[in-house]
Design a binder for this molecule. Structure first.
Ligand code: NAD
Length: 483
């Protein structure tokens, strides 16, 4: 079913509506709270509210600007289909607020969806998960709770975090019962609404005690409102926590594997698309996540692998840690190679050359630029004294923030034709659909000659662009040049 065609399920409530549109709490079956209104908390709760009108869903965040945006028409994140889902439930059973205390007091079930970035200081800096936001949340829950609650770990956390959560919540002096569940989120940005509506699976981990199993069933019941039971997997809590890290490690590993082979293709005249196609037809391998590119980005893959590596090292598993760390090393290598390739192709100097980056988001259909390869590329090109023009349909505001204070000449233009005009080279860094079908004749004629095109996502017809006159440098295939 198309996202825009989604119909809110009917729920017959004798519901008394307050004047502001909010239903009286006693008309809802349960009250859910989500702490953290980010890329995960916002869309996930919007979907639960949309599918389960019998639950009241409150979403709180310490960032008032973000909450204001969730309450406006200008949502804080771009995600296809998100706006419709939010509008369908907001003010009815979905509420965004900064009042964490009230939210905790009112709730029966609390999802914790705060950020867990890589630690930047002290022991484990650059590797371990920074759990300060998560721990502050745990302490707030403990402080303001005066009734039993189910606490759901939605954030991605190191395995065994639930134990720490329980210790904080149940430390001496608190008699309220908390049951901690792990319910990692597998949505991908850019397809979040589709992933939430028809997920491959939902994973719910719990303690295997009578209370744990009861709480697990409570959460399963919510998802079962729209997801077939056989897609809702239950497990012990540690397997659930670990599965999220492992899923991201395996996905990133596929990208690094295909990218590593793309480098060999460039040396041997093999074509990575042909190799990927051939190996992907093996049903044991499968054809997903086999596109060679400038490298993976996003807030999760790198941080979660590093988190896994750090855990392995902590348990003395040096070889295992080294194995997974190499996935990140290959990714760094891929970004470095892309820039080096640009430099060597353009006669070993980029100084004062105008270079247009098409795309800045870490992937298509999102405005998110966290860990985007484009940032590394932009900084390296500026180091070479190139002049940058950055274009992206959704990520320009984030790009400006990311590059604030970085020395060099940077222009931001949404229109790709304006951005490419007068440039010596165009580099496609994000696989936005619109970049496949731009009028490259028009772009070519507006550029400096010789005109270079570096396709960091292998999205354009290389032969066609070569025929137009471009010198074309794909990933993992021979360059097509007129020299
Ligand atoms: N982004 C993804 O695609 C994705 C997918 C699956 C899982 N995850 C995981 O989900 C978690 C959240 O990721 P995200 O991308 O939504 O992060 P985010 O940074 O977009 O959102 C986190 C939000 O939590 C808020 N916050 C922090 N501390 C708080 C507190 N004490 N009280 C209230 N609000 C607080 C922040 O202000 C922020 O708005 C992370 O652990 C991440 O690894 C992310």
């Amino acid at each position: 079913m198309g996202i825009t065609a989604m119909i809110r399920p009917t729920f017959h409530m004798s519901g008394i509506k307050k004047e502001n549109g909010e239903r009286m709490d006693n008309k809802f079956k349960k009250t859910i709270l989500c702490i953290g209104a980010g890329y995960v908390g916002g869309p996930t709760m919007a979907m639960i509210a949309h599918k389960c009108p019998q639950y009241k869903v409150n979403v709180v965040d310490i960032n008032p600007e973000r909450i204001d945006q969730w309450n406006s028409d200008n949502l804080p994140i771009y995600e296809p289909g998100l706006h419709e889902i939010v509008v369908s439930a907001r003010g009815i059973n979905l509420f965004f607020s900064t009042d964490v205390e009230k939210g905790i007091k009112e709730s029966d079930i609390i999802f914790v969806s705060v950020n867990t970035p890589t630690k930047t200081f002290g022991v484990g800096a650059g590797m371990a998960a920074d759990l300060q936001y998560w721990e502050k949340t745990a302490r707030q829950i403990r402080k303001y709770s005066d009734s039993p609650k189910i606490i759901v770990e939605k954030s991605t956390l190191p395995v065994k975090t639930a134990q720490a959560m329980e210790r904080i919540l149940t430390a001496k002096g608190k008699s309220v019962h908390f049951e901690v569940l792990s319910n990692p989120e597998f949505l991908a940005e850019g397809t979040a609404i589709k992933d939430l509506e028809t997920p491959d699976r939902i994973l719910v981990g719990s303690n295997e005690t009578p209370e744990g199993l009861k709480a697990r069933e409570e959460l399963v019941k919510i998802y079962a409102e729209w997801i077939p039971r056989d897609r809702i997997v239950t497990s012990n809590i540690w397997s659930s926590e670990l599965s999220k890290l492992v899923a991201n490690a395996f996905l990133a590993q596929r990208i690094s594997s295909v990218n590593a082979i793309s480098r060999l293709c460039e040396k041997t005249d093999a074509d990575i698309n042909e190799v990927s196609y051939a190996i992907g037809m093996d049903s044991r391998i499968g054809n997903k996540f086999l596109n060679a590119s400038v490298g993976f980005g996003g807030s999760c893959f790198q941080k979660d692998i590093l988190n896994l590596v750090y855990l392995c090292r902590g348990y003395g598993l040096t070889e295992v840690a080294d194995y997974w760390e190499s996935v990140v090393r290959i990714n760094d290598h891929q970004k470095e190679s892309f820039v080096l390739n640009m430099l060597t192709a353009m006669f070993n100097t980029l100084a004062e050359k105008r270079i247009c980056l098409l795309g800045f988001a870490f992937k298509a259909d999102t405005g998110d630029t966290r860990e985007t390869p484009a940032l590394y590329i932009a900084k390296q090109l500026l180091e070479e004294n190139a002049e940058l023009v950055i274009s992206d349909p959704k990520a320009l505001e984030n790009a400006k923030k990311d590059l604030k204070g970085v020395n060099g000449k940077i222009t931001y233009l949404e229109d790709p034709y304006e951005a490419a005009s007068g440039s010596h080279a165009v580099a496609i860094v994000t696989e936005w659909e619109e970049y496949r079908n731009l009028n490259y004749d028009k772009i070519y004629s507006s550029m400096q000659k010789p005109a270079f095109l570096f396709d960091g996502r292998n999205v354009v017809d290389h032969e066609k662009l070569y025929q137009i006159g471009f010198n074309v440098y794909p990933i993992g295939k021979p360059a097509l040049t007129h020299f």
